[in-house]
Design a protein around this ligand. Structure first.
Ligand SMILES: [Zn+2]
Length: 251
């Protein structure tokens, strides 16, 4: 089956695995940073990977405190100098009692504004943020956004589809869990041309696996096809077309 991974985290040590994953069907992958400290290695990887691997730079809401305030200026310059770079992983996370709301909102919007400035897609991490994220995203309707490991309900999906013409919903390994009824409900109402899948490698794995691999996304696509009464092969081809539309360089 052909698979695309809209969100994972590659490091130098993963380079030998790329050909193995590619042989197993991985046709496109977008690697993102979570911490500012990872940017230099990620930029190095852009020179050492095949063209089906794309990269995003950003600071994740968990790691804002360790990033210098100059990181935003630096991101501005890097996006200007690297036309193939996307923005990510950025977002808002108000789960687990996180209380740095103002700081999160500042960084999220600043990074989103850079994605708008350079017309780049942005990969988003949103948790317990559905009360405020849609209004912020609606300020940048031109930005193509990817909601990685989407965990919103059917109602949230419908709301976002209405207000954000360029928003993609990326399902992670959680969808393969039959108990994930909220995500399953959302997966049934999103048009197939707005769906992606992501592994968040190396941080997430299938419910019945102990290690993470983007090739496990086959099970997520199979579950999506089951939920949507679709053919897995046709759906996989559609999701690949979607990944290329979002991250492909070809215009
Ligand atoms: Zn991630």
């Amino acid at each position: 089956m052909i698979i695309c991974d809209a969100h994972l985290h590659l490091t130098r040590k993963d380079l030998p695995k790329l050909s193995e994953w590619h042989a197993a069907g991985l046709a496109g992958a977008t690697s993102a940073t979570a911490r500012y400290a990872e940017w230099a290695e990620e930029l190095e990887l852009t020179q050492r990977t095949p063209s089906w691997v794309r990269f995003a730079l950003g600071v994740h809401p968990w790691y804002l405190a360790e990033a210098p305030e100059t990181a935003l200026e630096e991101l501005d310059t890097l996006l200007a100098n690297h036309p193939a770079l996307a923005v990510g992983e950025i977002g808002l996370d108000f789960a687990d009692g996180r209380d740095d709301r103002e700081r999160q909102l500042h960084w999220f919007e600043a990074q989103l504004a850079l994605a708008a400035k350079y017309r780049r897609p942005a990969v988003l991490h949103l948790r317990r943020a559905w009360d405020c994220a849609p209004a912020i995203l609606a300020k940048y309707p031109e930005v193509t956004t990817v909601l990685h490991s989407f965990n919103g309900s059917r109602e949230v999906a419908r709301e976002l589809l209405k207000s954000l013409p360029n928003c993609y919903f990326s399902f992670g390994f959680a969808l393969a869990n039959p108990a994930a009824t909220r995500q399953a409900g959302a997966a049934q109402v999103i048009p197939s041309e707005r769906i992606l899948t992501d592994s968040d490698y190396p941080f997430q794995h299938l419910p019945d696996a102990s290690t993470s691999s983007p090739t496990g996304l086959e099970a997520v696509i199979a579950r999506l096809a089951e939920l949507r009464n679709d053919s897995p092969a046709l759906l996989a081809a559609q999701l690949t077309e979607n990944w290329r539309r979002v991250f492909g360089k070809e215009t």
